[in-house]
Each structure stands twice: as structure tokens, then as C-alpha cells.
Ligand binder design. Sequence first.
Ligand SMILES: [Mn+2]
Length: 428
Amino acid sequence: MMIESERIQQSNQASLATHREDVEHLTTQLAGRKLDFEQVVEQIRTFEVAIPSWSLGTGGTRFGRFPGLGEPRDVYEKLEDISVVSRLTRGAPRVSLHIPWDEPDDAQALVDRAGELGLGFDAVNSNTFQDQAGQALSYKFGSLSHTDAAVREQAIAHNLHVIEIGRRLGSKAITIWLADGSNYPGQTHLRHSFERVLASLQTIYSHLPESWRLLTEHKPYEPAFYSTVVQDWGSSLMLAQALGERASCLVDLGHHLPNTNVEMVVARLITAGKLGGFHFNDAKYGDDDLTTGSIRPYQLFLIFNELVDAKLELGADFKPAYMIDQSHNVKDPIEALLQSVVALQNAYARALVVDRARLSEFQQANDVMMAERALTEAYETDVRPLAAEARLRGGGALDPVRAFRDSRYREAVARDRASGAYVPPQSL
Ligand SMILES: [Mn+2]
């Protein structure tokens, strides 16, 4: 089942007249700030974020899972759901595949199906944070950092296997997140475990195809509650710098201690030339994996402000990989993803309407009030017509969640897909 273009257009009809009025108003508003509506819309149209294969089913917590209707039963059905997100938002044309959860039996068949659905493949994700059925050695006490060389070799071999699958899918990057760490002081040697991770990553890096990138993802705690080997952006940066040019850091918005200034982490990694990409989500307390922009929308804007600023300075070479990493426990996963892509398009739009010349003048003159206002003026602008227009021009929906409900896609897949055999996704 696909959502046909006519269906989307039908849904758009309901709000098209209001949208046109909003566009006219915003065009005038932006012109007053010497900004061109057309130019901003075209920039938003270039924004692309990848959808993770583990986000289409209802997630869960350690306390339970409450499955929804019509969840995808295999990776092919996940691609169908992702194509819905892609068609309605026109900003999510790629899939970030998890191995082994969504490992295809036949990579070419998956590539063919993705092609039919208008999708491609982004970074592939390895998993050495849990044991798989039939696995020879356990990751209970770590993987790439394990004290036993045989376990490290098994984890390295898995990553090489993931790269090989990714190569067949047309991916260009591998993301490595490690759960390695310790729960109690004394359990591991803090320096040596890090050195073992670096040595393991060096072996993986030496096998990385020429055109590929290796992304290291840090996380301060969980599941290790005393020390995590790659716990912060500093550790991640050390690894990326030691590995070489094609290694860089991935920033998961939920992987920071409370009150961390994430936009500053982003700025530092840009200065180091090591900002590889993002896992977008939002959080109130820890790695909550909530909908992007749902809790700290101003932070999301300030991150995009750094990205737009860097792009202007660095040009086409500056190209972080954008991916979503969320767990959908109570919302319909497709709706949560639609909402997330829209939130990202809006955050990008807000950053694009910052008057950078004035901001720079105020910063130079130490005019605190007016410098801050240069940002809040953009943040408080209702930019939704810009992103809506970008979606409309691509054949997408003015209001993707509304169009999704209108399509009755969920009801259709609930009938077509028996829910029984589904394996619950987890979050990274
Ligand atoms: Mn992540």
C-alpha cells in the first residue's frame, strides 16, 4: 500500500487557501529583513534526514511494550512505512539500517525494493551491545574494549560484515555505538579499555572502503552506569583524530549529561573538522529518545544556527549526515517520524532566517541585547509556511500528519499485517 500523489493533493486542498495567505504574509515579513522567501524555500528543499530501520515499530522500555496495530513484520514492510514518511515530507529519502535486526537475506532484493519506493541507504549501524542467537562469545563484559582478544576479534569481524552489507546497499558510512563500560569502580582499567577500543577501531578503519566514513557515537551512561568507554565528545574526538581523515563524530542529542550546551559541542566539533553527523531526538532527563523538537525546541534551533553558520563559512565540504534516532512508545511511529521531520525542517528554516550580518555586527560591538534579539527574532518567526511550501513543491503534504490520517494507511496495514511475529526494536 502506497499513499498516492492524488491523495496527498486532496489532503492539501483543505488548507491550500490559508497556506497561500500565510506565504504572502511571510514573504513581506522576510523582505523587510532583506530575506528572499524563494531562496529560503529552495534551501529547505535540499534538507534530507535518514530514518532508522528500528523506529517503525512501537518501542518499549525495560518495563514493557505496548504494540500498535499494523506494525511492520520485516525489513521490507519497514521500507514501505519509511516511504510514507518520505513521500509526505519530501525530506527523508534514505534508510539507516541496523545489523543484525534488519539484516537482509538478499541485499540486492532490498536495494531493488528501496529503489521502487524511491529510497536509498544511509549509514549502517553495527550492534555489539547485545548477544545474538548462536554467537560464539558474549559481549557481557564489552566488545571492542573486551579484555579477551577473541571477543574483540569477533566484534571487529561483525563491524566488517556490516560494512560489507552496507557496501552492497550503497551506504557510505558506518556508525559505531558501543555499550562498553563498567558498572562499578575497579571493574575495568579506565585507560587500557579505551586504548583497546582505539586499537579495534583502527583495524576496522583499515578495512573501510575509500569513499566511506566511520562515525563514532558517544554516550555518557546506560547501560554502563559507572563508566562508559566512549562516554563524551572528547573521547569521541580523540578516537576520530587518531583514526584519520574519514573518521568523525556523531552527536546523538540525547547522549549528553543534563545541562550540557549541545550547540557548543557542535561548534567545537566543527572547528576540529570532525562533526560527522547527528542522531536527532529529544529528551527531558536522559537518553529519552522522544520526538525531535518536542522538549527543547530552542536548543534544536541553536544547533541549526551553528550548522547554517558553518555551511556559509565552509561551503559544500561541510556535509554532516543527518539521521533520526527515536523510540516511539506511545505515539504511532509513522506519525512521530512525520512530526520529527517537520520539526527539523522548521528548525532549519528558523536558522536560515537569522539576519547574520546584523548578528555579527552586534557580536562585534558586544551589544548583548541586540545580538540575542537577532536570534530570538528568527526563532519567534512563524516559519511554518516556508517548510510547508518546500514540501508542497516536492509533491509532499502541507500537513504530513493530517495527510497521513486522511490516507487511512494505518487502518489498511492493520488489516494486511498480522501483528504476531514482530520483534520489538530497541533504541541506540
Ligand atoms: Mn543514537
